[in-house]
Design a protein around this ligand. Structure first.
Ligand code: PMP
Length: 361
């Protein structure tokens, strides 16, 4: 087990147990004589895999009746087009909250297909907070409201679920999906790229309320039409079979660890340890995000002396702590501590940070 602690924002660390199961099953899945990668997506073996993955996900999130679960491709980025094409009329309007990099991309893309009203933005303070619901300038008849629950690059998390009456909530949950309990019935649509808390890249998971299907704009390409994928149970064309298989193993791994409630408690503990190390460093390390909005998945922090950042990264690497460099647009450090990051990894990082601050402070 010559593994490092991998703090990458995605593709990210996967549970060791999942990788070990995948390895054991690689050449011969459950006596089928072949690898999951080689199976027909319409064969009974793969049908069993995808069906079980969906059932386990439904169980984990207690997805209510009346919602479709879809396993799509194209990444979360493709949803920036699919959501407006399917849920908004070209001459209608959607409301969007701007909390950083990923909201901005969603806004830019949606503008190709409909009118976009940005209800509020925290760009005035470099995305250090989330504007309160009371300050939002909502449109009277938005087709839906879109927000990013966790800004992976900025390290900003919005854990409230806004109450917006009849306006359907659409959430890009790519980087905090399955990390905390949510009431799915409050949402019209949730989407998440897989490569953080679900499995390998190449898969996007969607949970969508059925009454929102069937209203796509007429020019919507077949492959971008939710109804097509929903009618075919994600089998309109060949789905990302291997990522779906791994996602299924991750769902089982979560279930065996107390489900979402269990993982949420561990995520709180991990984030608590790391932010405590930052806040008690006498300013050697600092976070620019207002405390209530600090992400529990992507802990973004800087060093008071930014000339030390490269030393920090190379020393960390020598200690088996890798992928800690922040996104180039933000700088500094980013420790992504998704579900699969063991608490030992976080403790090891905290230990290193304290040592480093002692040596260089
Ligand atoms: N939204 C968020 C919040 C993300 O973190 C990412 C990827 N890091 C994306 C969208 C885009 O995802 P993809 O690369 O799967 O298109």
């Amino acid at each position: 087990m010559a593994k490092v602690y991998n703090f990458s924002a995605g593709p990210a660390v996967l549970p060791h147990e999942v990788l070990a199961t995948a390895q054991a099953e690689l050449l011969d899945w459950h006596g089928s004589g072949m690898s999951v990668m080689e199976m027909s997506h319409r064969g009974k073996e793969f049908m069993e895999i995808i069906h079980e993955a969906e059932q386990d996900l439904r169980e984990l999130l207690q997805v209510p009746a009346g919602y479709k679960v879809l396993f799509l491709q194209g990444g979360a980025s493709q949803q920036f087009s699919m959501v407006p094409l399917n849920l908004a009329p070209a001459d209608g309007v959607i409301d969007v909250l701007d909390t950083g990099h990923w909201s901005k991309l969603a806004i830019k893309e949606a503008k190709r297909y409909t009118n976009v009203n940005v209800v509020a933005s925290s760009s005035d303070r470099n995305y250090a907070y989330v504007p309160t619901v009371e300050s939002w300038q909502r449109s009277p008849n938005a087709a839906y409201f879109h927000y990013t629950s966790n800004e992976t690059i900025g390290g900003l998390q919005y854990s409230d679920i806004p109450e917006l009456g009849a306006t359907p909530l659409v959430c890009d949950m790519s980087s905090d999906f399955l990390s905390r309990e949510i009431d799915v019935s409050k949402f019209g649509l949730i989407y998440a790229g897989a490569q953080k808390n679900i499995g390998p890249s190449g898969l996007t998971v969607l949970i969508v309320r059925e009454d929102l299907l069937g209203h796509a704009q007429p020019q919507t390409p077949t492959m971008l039409n939710y109804q097509i994928h929903a009618d075919a149970d994600s089998m309109y064309n060949t789905p990302a079979t291997y990522p779906i298989y791994i996602a299924g193993l991750v769902f089982k791994w979560l279930k065996a660890r107390g489900g979402i409630k269990g993982i949420q408690a561990r995520n709180d503990e991990k984030a608590g340890l790391l932010y405590h190390a930052i806040d008690s460093s006498d300013g050697f390390y600092y976070s620019h995000i207002d405390a209530p909005y600090r992400s529990k998945m992507n802990v973004v922090f800087r060093l008071k002396d930014d000339a030390l950042e490269d030393v920090f990264l190379s020393e960390a690497k020598k200690n088996g702590l890798v992928q800690l460099k922040g996104h180039r647009s933000v700088g500094g450090m980013r420790a992504s501590i998704y579900n699969a990051m063991p608490i030992e990894g976080v403790k090891s990082l905290v230990h290193f940070m304290l040592d480093f601050a002692r040596q260089h402070g």
